[in-house]
Design a binder for this molecule. Structure first.
Ligand code: MIC
Ligand code: SF4
Length: 630
């Protein structure tokens, strides 16, 4: 059996583990971050449970930790204390890097309200990203429902060449599969080549498999895992996980064949070879984010910068305070500071447009995982994604440079021990606490049950691969509004069509029409919650990304698909859509039909999901189910 399947079977609560079936799995650990956490906790609170029912729940503050995020952070810290959740203070580090270092455990399930939760797959945890409401339900002891994915075994053979890194492996996969190639799939890595990759390198790969749309991705737990856990002082958390190599499909990758790669603007799958872009002038380089901010990443950067001065502005966003301290202890910080680089706080920062915005027109090279248009906070940005090796080579030469030009490749040894000062974690006590609710924390809007007859205008028609950053932008102006749905809803589709919210209000809601892979990217449920608040009744698309589709269901918005994709051409913005007998058809699992044009709309929804939609969303649905149980 594959490792993923074995973990699923060990945690199975409902359903048959056959590809495409809806299954429910028990969740051992949850994580939230501040940008999705406030909403998730308001939803958890609405369920009326005295404390979390998971083995371990973590609340990290890493996204918006600036002054304007203060009220959210105070709310989160007090909430964590009250409900027995571990809280990670601002400055401690990025949720995924910290979770990998301090809490992720082989063989366990982890559900996180952040799409890069699969980072923990690098240590053999079955880690899945979801909307905040699904995480709230898991904290309340409810299982997590998902469609049993197809498990793709990726056999790695050989060893990476010098200066080629784990990031290049995942960019290689993005080139091969595209941003929608992983939808409905789990990627499980196995084979001889796995041995040569350390846990943080494995985590770089599982982190960015999210960009393929994959449900999750996972590595075995072996000697390298044991070593990592020992160095973290967590040897007791080790459990061996070995696959019997039974997969739905196997793909082979020879690590020697991989060369330094780079994703060009403005999609992570727009991948080219670094050598083909050499010589392009670079205006900004940032090394960090949950993809490439480990000790090894920054140790390589430090070695490459020894006795050198940078030729381009360089910001380093370390993954955790532990990484900074370990670099310092091993004498590796001086090379970085001495080169003229700026070491920033251990947080998400520019990855989500909180500072570090590039000037318009310049090339910004980042070791991040996403370069969606405008995500950096600058309109018409030109963001490229690459490894820490390529980034540092480009800083040394002032233009995009193949890292193999840096000469001899330094051998990076593990530190004797990772420093792991846990003083920025607040562990739960039995103390009774009052929750601090600043003025920015507004009550959660709820939806009425589904209407049987829908009559609404198409408010916007968008193309393929629309991201949740397009639907509900982030950045320093909008992120502080994450716990105030009326205020944040003013920004729905803001960068694509700034009058969307106004039109939605004038028409008392409406319908969104979209192409393939609608809602890819972030897990932010605000991309469904804010449209719900504006009265959006349905999204009609050619196809959906997994997390966003689940979020639409959770907030009572119908995720409908064109039965014939050509019909996408037959609906225009401002058209009126009428559908009758919606509830009856959903109950019978039958297609809906647009009355005026006879366009057929299908949906792939389990009975449970259809019931949630009819109830007007998951919160109404769970509350009712919990009442029935009591
Ligand atoms: C992201 O990288 O897009 C984020 C910001 O971490 C999101 C979560 C959010 O929008 O709060 C994610 O990846 O899910
Ligand atoms: Fe933070 Fe960026 Fe990682 Fe999202 S992708 S968790 S914003 S570092």
């Amino acid at each position: 059996m594959s490792i993923a399947r074995r973990i699923i079977e060990e945690h199975l609560v409902k359903g048959k583990v056959n590809e495409g079936n809806e299954i429910a799995v028990r969740i051992d650990q949850t994580l939230t971050q501040d940008a999705t956490g406030t909403m998730a906790y308001l939803q958890f609170e609405a369920l009326g449970i005295p404390k979390v029912k998971t083995k371990l729940s973590l609340s990290y503050a890493d996204h918006n930790i600036s002054e304007s995020g203060k009220e959210n952070i105070e709310f989160l810290e007090s909430f964590a204390k009250k409900y027995r959740i571990v809280f990670s203070k601002p400055g401690n580090g990025i949720c995924h890097q910290l979770h990998l270092e301090r809490f992720a455990t082989p063989g366990t399930t982890l559900l996180g309200s952040d799409s890069h939760t699969p980072t923990a797959g690098g240590i053999g945890s079955l880690a899945i990203g979801a909307g905040g409401l699904d995480v709230a339900a898991a904290m309340a002891g409810q299982p997590f429902y998902l469609k049993m994915p197809r498990i793709i075994g990726i056999r790695l053979t050989g060893r990476l060449n010098e200066w080629v890194s784990a990031k290049d492996i995942v960019l290689f996969l993005l080139k091969k599969y595209s941003v929608k190639g992983g939808v409905g799939r789990i990627f499980e890595f196995f084979g001889d080549g796995v041995k040569s990759l350390s846990v943080p390198e494995r985590a770089t790969i599982t982190n960015m498999c999210t960009e393929l749309g994959a449900t999750t991705s996972i590595f075995p737990s072996d000697e390298a895992t044991k070593k990592f856990l020992d160095l973290q002082g967590r040897g007791n958390d080790f459990a061996e996980l070995k696959s019997d190599e039974e997969y739905n499909e196997v793909v082979e990758i020879h690590l020697e064949d991989i060369v330094p790669l780079i994703a060009k603007p403005s999609s992570p799958d727009n991948v080219a070879e670094v050598k083909d872009l050499e010589g392009t002038t670079v205006g900004q380089v940032i090394i960090g984010s949950c993809t490439n901010s480990s000790y090894k990443d920054l140790a390589i950067v430090s070695s490459a910068l020894k006795d050198k001065k940078i030729k381009t502005k360089l910001n380093i966003n370390p993954g955790s305070i532990n990484v900074i301290n370990s670099l310092k202890k091993n004498g590796l910080l001086e090379n970085i500071t001495g080169s003229g680089a700026e070491i920033c706080e251990a947080a998400c920062l520019g990855c989500i447009g909180i500072g570090q915005e590039p000037e318009e027109g310049i090339v910004s090279l980042r070791t991040f995982n996403r370069n969606f248009p405008g995500r950096s906070g600058t309109r018409n940005d030109k963001v490229y994604l690459c490894s820490a090796e390529t980034a540092v080579a480009s800083v040394v030469f002032g233009k995009i440079t193949d890292p193999r030009k840096l000469g001899e490749c330094p051998r990076i040894a593990f530190p004797e021990k990772y420093l792991h000062d846990d003083c920025l974690f607040v562990f739960p006590t039995e103390e009774d606490i009052e929750i601090k609710r600043g003025g920015s924390i507004k009550p959660l809007p709820l939806k009425e049950p589904l209407e049987n007859a829908i009559k609404a205008y198409v408010l916007i028609k968008v193309k393929d691969n629309i991201t949740t950053d397009d639907i509900m932008p982030a950045g320093s102006k909008i992120l502080p509004l994450r716990s105030n749905i009326p205020a944040i809803s003013e920004y729905v589709f803001h960068n694509l069509d700034s009058s969307f919210a106004k039109r939605a209000k004038e028409k008392s809601g409406g319908i969104i029409v979209a192409g393939e892979n609608y809602g890819q990217g972030s897990s932010r449920e605000h991309a469904a919650l804010a449209p719900m608040y504006l009265g959006i009744k349905a999204v009609i698309a050619k196809s959906f990304s997994r997390i966003h589709k689940a979020n639409l269901v959770n907030f009572g918005i119908l995720p409908l698909e064109f039965a014939d994709k050509e019909d996408y051409e037959r609906i225009e913005q401002s058209d009126e859509i009428e559908m009758d007998g919606v509830i009856g058809l959903l109950n019978e699992n039958k297609n809906l039909v647009v009355k005026n044009s006879n366009i057929k709309l299908k949906y792939e929804l389990s009975k449970r999901e259809r019931e949630i939609l009819i109830a007007g969303g998951k919160l109404n649905y769970i509350k009712r189910a919990m009442k029935d149980e009591a």
